[in-house]
Design a protein around this ligand. Structure first.
Ligand SMILES: [Fe+2]
Length: 185
């Protein structure tokens, strides 16, 4: 059984300090920390642009969760004895930009806009699921069980959000969007 309180740097038992995996883990932690913080600014804009109350409230709920995700990442940095630090995440910046252009290219008040926002939001969720999934595995490998548990909570919330968005899209929005005519330019 791995010792719960074992510090990652002690994992090798050779007193050499930081392992390559720990460095990769920290880099990815900084990346997702930037991404989550960036999302807390982007989600309110997405929410404002959305058409239906259903989607607006789903985005609002996820904003509250996202703020918690930021706090959890700060806890993981603390567990590692490190200061929380953000490193620009080009992928998340790109995904958010893509979401912005969907809003620009769809009509305000349309169901098609909501269908597009859901797709953009799900791309974000899938990026997060991939990152947290990897981080949880790294943490477990390094014997950082407490960090793994914290990250796993966020991973579960990202998965639930993704499923919730699928349900919203499939229940109404996609069907109604399908009946919307394209506006003449
Ligand atoms: Fe998140």
């Amino acid at each position: 059984m791995p010792d719960k309180n074992r510090k990652p740097a002690e994992k090798n038992g050779n007193g050499k300090g930081t392992t390559q995996l720990e460095k990769l883990f920290t880099d990815q932690l900084k990346d997702i920390y930037w991404a989550e913080k960036h999302l807390t600014k982007a989600l309110p804009k997405m929410q404002k642009a959305a058409t239906t109350e259903e989607l607006k409230s789903a985005i609002e709920e996820h904003l509250t969760q996202t703020e918690e995700h930021v706090t959890r990442l700060e806890q993981v940095f603390e567990l590692m004895g490190k200061k929380a630090q953000a490193k620009k995440c080009d992928a998340m910046e790109g995904l958010i930009k893509e979401g912005d252009s969907i809003v620009e290219e769809t009509e305000a008040g349309s169901m098609t806009r909501d269908a597009g926002i859901i797709m953009a939001a799900q791309k974000v969720e899938h990026y997060e699921i991939a990152t947290y999934g990897g981080l949880v595995q790294f943490a477990k490998t390094m014997g950082m069980d407490e960090a793994a548990n914290i990250l796993e909570q966020t991973l579960e919330e990202e998965k639930q959000t993704d499923q919730g968005l699928t349900e919203i899209a499939e229940n109404n929005i996609n069907w109604e969007a399908e009946n919307e005519e394209e506006e003449e330019d």
